[in-house]
Design a protein around this ligand. Structure first.
Ligand code: GLU
Length: 500
């Protein structure tokens, strides 16, 4: 099937978390399809029944949706497991054509003959003329001579001498096709023109290209996108690194920031700016410009990106984006896009992720109060989940207890300072400027600059050493509650100083 139309696919195996590398491959494929006015197919490679769970497929679909690749905008999902008949047919065809042969060698037998099974299969059954039978796998007969040259848009023309490619298994003894064959048959049947996938598959490519040839079809255009590494230049691993897209989402990364950042893992937009609207990315992305060298996943940079995207939201957009962290069981909306970066799709409803419930009881939360502090908080959070420790003092019955913060600030003149601040705050106008001036005066009496004087007040009222601007916080919390917390701190300190 070759219509000249570009057709790409994203072919994840649903075997657990959805890796940021998978997300990047999906985006690159999506942009290839978009750029060429072609098609994007989602193919779920679920043939490993022991490692598949339906919820992992759902997770992939939901994560793609979050990134702006929404169901309805692509073909599929097509499930590889439903195509087993076609894989078997292709395997039988290759056998009938003499391109594959049955092999009954066990691993141990091979090791005994070669001394080291690592060298690959030695061709023992090549000319034995075996038919199918128990314990017999089907192996592809690789050419003895010549070279397989892979045409890779990103990597040039890596060459693989055919005599280094072993006669590899294409179907197991139970008849089921292995990844190498199933993947090729599906790409072929689906008319895939460009295979854009992770560099780790490059070693499979010469084998797969031989299969394409044996099945009588020219291979697709290959593009192996660079491996993603951590700060130690190690390949990102799910055991060591934070690689699940879901964890970033649950921590409060915006889809638009994530999408923009993922695009930089191997590619760069034209010009000096890295934070660019998705429309610019769509207009300028070319596979040819992707660099082959390993791409560093810089979490700090991603955080900084996210902070910028958060600041670019309207206040209303920010309030809406924070909601899942503030109101239990609210959905994380997909459409938490900075206006400048609005991307493909605007995020469908129903895209959800799980975030921890806030520490306050729901009836204590006030959307109105939150809306008042939102503009102050928006410039101070890098990820949305940070909103919780920043505003919890407003919705909890007491200032949260942080012993370390108390130990750091509730000493020296703190007792006198808090006592005097509470006294002064009983009478003054309840306005942040007045509250600041008042504390400056109190501090001066103790030879303290404002920075020092406000530290115990902040801890007494908010429980934290850092947070929103203090005097605005006091103004919003209100006189009565502020005084109650100041007095409670005075009492704690007094008791500590003069234990009964
Ligand atoms: N299912 C394979 C994987 O998740 C993808 C193979 C491909 O893209 O060709 O690694």
């Amino acid at each position: 099937m070759s219509t000249g139309r570009v057709r790409v696919r994203f072919a994840p195996s649903p075997t657990g978390i959805f890796h940021v590398g998978g997300a990047r491959s999906a985006l690159f494929n999506w942009l290839v399809a978009k750029g060429a006015g072609g098609d994007f197919v989602l193919r779920v490679e679920d043939t490993d029944a022991s490692r598949n769970r339906p919820e992992w497929t759902e997770g992939i679909i939901s994560a793609l949706d979050w990134l702006g690749i929404s169901p309805g905008g692509y073909e599929g999902p097509v499930f590889q497991s439903e195509r087993a008949g076609r894989h078997a047919e292709a395997a039988a065809g290759l056998f009938a054509a003499g391109r594959a042969y049955y092999c009954g060698c066990t691993r141990d037998e091979l090791a005994a003959r070669t001394g080291n099974a690592q060298h690959g299969y030695d061709g023992f059954c090549r000319e034995r003329g075996l038919g199918p039978g128990p314990g017999r796998a089907l192996r592809f007969r690789t050419p003895d001579k010549g070279t397989t040259v892979v045409l890779d848009v990103i990597r040039g023309t890596p060459e693989f001498p055919n005599d280094t490619i072993e006669d590899f298994v294409i179907a197991r003894a139970d008849g089921s096709a292995v990844f190498l064959l199933a993947n090729v048959v599906d790409d072929l049947d689906m008319g895939i023109t460009h295979v854009v996938r992770g560099e780790e598959h490059l070693s499979n490519t010469p084998k797969q290209q031989l299969l394409w040839a044996a099945l009588g079809t020219p291979p697709p255009v290959w593009a192996h996108v660079p491996v993603i590494v951590n700060e130690k230049r190690q390949k990102l691993s799910k055991r060591r690194d934070k690689v699940a897209l879901e964890s970033y989402r649950a921590e409060g990364y915006l889809a638009a920031a994530m999408r923009n950042y993922l695009m930089l893992l191997g590619w760069a937009p034209p010009g000096d700016e890295e934070i660019v609207p998705f429309a610019t990315i769509e207009a300028s992305f070319r596979l040819e410009d992707v660099k082959p060298s390993p791409a560093f996943f810089d979490e700090k940079k991603l955080r900084a990106f996210n902070g910028e995207y958060i600041r670019a939201l309207s206040v209303d957009g920010f309030v809406a984006a924070c909601e899942p962290w503030l109101v239990p069981a609210a959905d994380v909306p997909a459409a938490v896009d900075a206006p400048a970066a609005a991307g493909p799709g605007d995020g469908a409803a129903g895209v959800t992720t799980t975030v921890p419930a806030p520490p306050w009881s729901p009836e204590r939360f006030s959307a109105e109060v939150f809306a008042t502090v939102a503009p102050l908080a928006q410039s101070r959070v890098a990820v949305l989940s940070e909103i919780v420790p920043m505003v919890d003092f407003l919705f909890l019955p007491e200032a949260p207890t942080d012993e370390a913060a108390r130990a750091k600030t509730m000493k020296g003149p703190a007792l006198d300072l808090l006592t005097e601040a509470a006294e002064a705050y009983e009478k003054v106008a309840w306005d942040h400027d007045v509250l600041r001036e008042t504390l400056i005066e109190v501090g001066e009496r103790h030879g303290l600059k404002l920075g020092k004087a406000q530290a115990p007040v902040r801890v007494a009222v908010t429980g934290r050493t850092v947070g929103l601007p203090l005097f605005e916080s006091l103004e919003i919390l209100g006189r009565e509650e502020t005084l109650r917390r100041l007095r409670a701190a005075v009492e704690r300190l007094g008791t500590a100083a003069n234990p009964a």
